[in-house]
Structures are given as structure tokens and as C-alpha cells.
Design a protein around this ligand. Structure first.
Ligand SMILES: Cc1cc2nc3c(=O)[nH]c(=O)nc-3n(C[C@H](O)[C@H](O)[C@H](O)COP(=O)(O)OP(=O)(O)OC[C@H]3O[C@@H](n4cnc5c(N)ncnc54)[C@H](O)[C@@H]3O)c2cc1C
Length: 324
């Protein structure tokens, strides 16, 4: 691959065209890709696989558009990485006067650059975005199911260590997973939570640890394995979608549903994998199939804030316990 990379991706038909859209100034020696804002994260990921390049920061979602991600300053992975919009090297925007303005970054006005990159749609309609890309990075993805809620959410030192030891970390809690199936059946049948005691501290966590590696110890998954994973994702999200109305009507089913979901996650994510960066980040497909109420909070990962983070997690645990 040459050290210059220029392509324009249009809508869902991703095609490489030869003419550069921007005078890239200082970015001339870096690899860039120019996309229409309607290109989705999943579409660009396919392009990255075909062309062996990646963003080192991105969104898990595979159906969001880059226009939406960048305008809102969303997403990012990796503790040495910024938000996706921070890697924008140029953009064109059609303003209220109907004229298209072309910008390249950095300019000599950093505040204006930052406002344009995270523009919230306020400057007009973006018509193209140029982003910095890297040669493909291979990462090691480890799925760790050994920690309990108590081990991490009541222990800021352990949480901090896990954060420090990994480049990117995702921690998931599926409440009720330490209840046994006989307990869950009793809970559903008798509908008396007071008869089945649940201690959230004993629930297991799912932790995804992502770390870039120089030379993978084993081959990365092939297309057949990714196709199988797509089918698994479709089954799990499809199951979630079709069960949602029953869960709404029968709240006593929710602990069993979460326990089954956690068991499925353990089965499907049993191994450590070496994967291209884009596959490791966009690891879950079809989340658009299963609409959920999604509340999100950002925490500062400054080393001194882990005691506050465990407090926040404990508040979430207390609310779940109250619901139970
Ligand atoms: C399940 C889920 C999980 C999420 N997880 C995270 C997370 O972990 N971290 C995080 O930071 N965010 C997260 N988000 C938030 C998500 O990234 C944002 O809502 C993002 O804006 C979604 O992109 P979209 O393509 O749906 O945007 P849209 O809703 O289409 O657009 C969002 C806004 O961007 C602007 N915009 C879009 N296109 C253009 C354009 N061409 N020109 C000008 N302005 C434009 C508009 O102001 C528009 O209102 C999550 C969202 C969901 C649904």
C-alpha cells in the first residue's frame, strides 16, 4: 500500500474514485478516507477489511452514520484515543446560504476547528468528511468471565488495575446471572421474590479486553467464522425482539431472560481471538433489530476517579435490587 490513500465513499455503494476531494495540507502524508456523511459504520468497516486500513477509534454500532457520530462528537475506544470526530481532517458543509464551504484541519483557529468537527448540525449540512486512517491493526480480544460484581464494582483498586492493564475495556453486567435455574423457575412460578434471595455481588461480569499486538500468535478468524457470528447475532437479537412484548407483560420472566442471555454470551464468546481492529470494535451486529431503552453516562477515567466510578455502579446495582 502506498503512503497516500485517497478514496471517496458514497452512500451505501462504496466505490473508490481517483480524484482527491481536498487539498489535504498537513495531512498530505497521512492516510485519509473521504466519505459521504450517510456512510454507516458497518459499510465503512467492510471497506476497511477490503483495503487493510482502520480507524483506531470507532463505534461498536454498525448501523450509525458517520455524519451522526461526528456531528455529535460521539464514541471512541482505547485509552490513547480521542473521539471519532477528533480524527476528521477535512469536511465540506452546505450552509444556510446554499453554498458549499470546504474546510481542512488543522487550521490556525483551533476553536473553530473543534466547533466544526463536533458541529451538532448547526453549521449546515455536511456533504463530505475526510478522516485519518491507519494501516490495519491486529488486536487480541480476550473474554474474561472470572470477575464478580463484588470483585470490581466494590473494589476501585481492582477496577483501576484492569483499566491500566488494557488498551480498551468493556465491562457488562447481566443482572441475576448467579441465580440457579431451579431458583428462576420458582421465581417465575410463585412470583414471590422474597422466597428467592438474590445477591447481585455474586453475579459474574463479562469483560472484553482489547489489546493491539504486533504479531498474532494464531490466525485471525476467516470469513466463514464471521458469517457464523453474524447468524448468531441475528438469532440473539431476533430472540430479544420477539421476547420483548412478553417481558413487558411478564416481568417475572426478566431474570430468566437475562440469565439465558448471559449463558449465550459465554457460549458465543468462549475463546480469545486475534482480530483486525475493525472487527474487534464492531463485534455486535443487528442491534437495530432489538430496540432498547438506552441510557448512557460518561465517566472520567482519570486514575483518581475510580472510587467515584464504583459508587456510580453501586447506585445502579441498588436501583436494580429495588426493582427486584
Ligand atoms: C444503542 C446505542 C448505543 C450507543 N452507544 C454510544 C456510546 O457508547 N458512546 C457514544 O458516545 N454514543 C453512543 N450512542 C449515541 C450515538 O452514537 C449517537 O446517537 C449518534 O448520533 C448516532 O448516529 P446516527 O447516524 O443515528 O445519527 P442521527 O440521529 O442521524 O444524527 C444525529 C445528529 O447529527 C447531525 N447530523 C447527522 N448527519 C448530518 C449531516 N450530514 N450534516 C450535518 N449534521 C448532521 C444532526 O444534528 C443529527 O440530529 C449510542 C446510541 C445507541 C442507539
Amino acid at each position: 500500500m502506498s503512503d497516500r490513500f485517497c478514496s471517496v465513499l458514497i452512500g451505501s455503494e462504496l466505490s473508490i474514485v481517483s480524484s482527491p476531494m481536498f487539498d489535504r495540507g498537513e495531512a498530505a502524508n497521512s492516510l485519509t478516507v473521504t466519505i459521504a456523511p450517510g456512510v454507516t459504520t458497518g459499510e465503512l468497516s467492510k471497506f476497511f477489511t477490503d483495503n487493510n486500513v482502520c480507524f483506531k477509534t470507532d463505534a461498536i454500532l454498525d448501523k450509525a452514520t458517520y455524519g451522526g457520530l461526528i456531528a455529535a462528537g460521539c464514541h471512541g475506544v482505547g485509552k490513547d484515543q480521542l473521539a471519532v470526530s477528533d480524527y476528521v481532517k477535512g469536511m465540506s458543509i452546505v450552509g444556510a446560504n446554499g453554498e458549499e464551504a470546504v474546510y481542512t484541519f488543522p487550521s490556525d483557529d483551533q476553536d473553530n476547528d473543534n466547533a466544526l468537527k463536533c458541529n451538532m448540525g448547526l453549521f449546515g449540512v455536511m456533504t463530505s468528511i475526510t478522516m485519518e486512517v491507519k494501516p490495519m491493526v491486529i488486536v487480541k480480544v480476550e473474554n474474561d468471565f472470572s470477575y464478580t460484581v463484588e470483585d470490581l464494582f466494590y473494589n476501585p483498586t481492582a477496577l483501576k488495575k484492569l483499566y491500566e492493564d488494557n488498551w480498551s475495556l468493556e465491562i457488562f453486567w447481566f443482572p441475576f446471572n448467579n441465580l440457579s435455574w431451579p431458583q428462576l423457575i420458582a421465581l417465575f412460578y410463585f412470583r414471590c421474590p422474597e422466597q428467592v434471595s438474590w445477591e447481585p455481588k455474586h453475579d459474574k461480569l463479562w469483560i472484553r479486553k482489547i489489546n493491539p499486538v504486533d504479531v498474532p500468535d494464531e490466525p485471525t478468524p476467516n470469513q466463514v467464522e464471521y458469517d457464523i457470528k453474524e447468524v448468531q447475532d441475528a438469532i440473539t437479537t431476533g430472540f430479544g425482539r420477539s421476547s420483548a412484548p412478553y417481558l413487558n407483560k411478564n416481568e417475572f420472566l426478566i431474570p430468566s431472560f437475562l440469565k439465558a442471555g448471559f449463558e449465550m454470551v459465554q457460549t458465543f464468546n468462549a475463546t480469545t481471538r486475534f482480530e483486525p481492529m475493525n472487527k474487534a470494535i464492531h463485534y455486535q451486529s443487528f442491534i437495530d433489530v432489538m430496540p432498547v431503552l438506552d441510557m448512557e453516562f460518561a465517566f472520567n477515567a482519570d486514575p483518581d476517579t475510580f472510587s467515584r466510578q464504583v459508587e456510580a455502579m453501586q447506585a445502579a446495582i441498588d436501583i436494580t435490587k429495588k426493582y427486584y
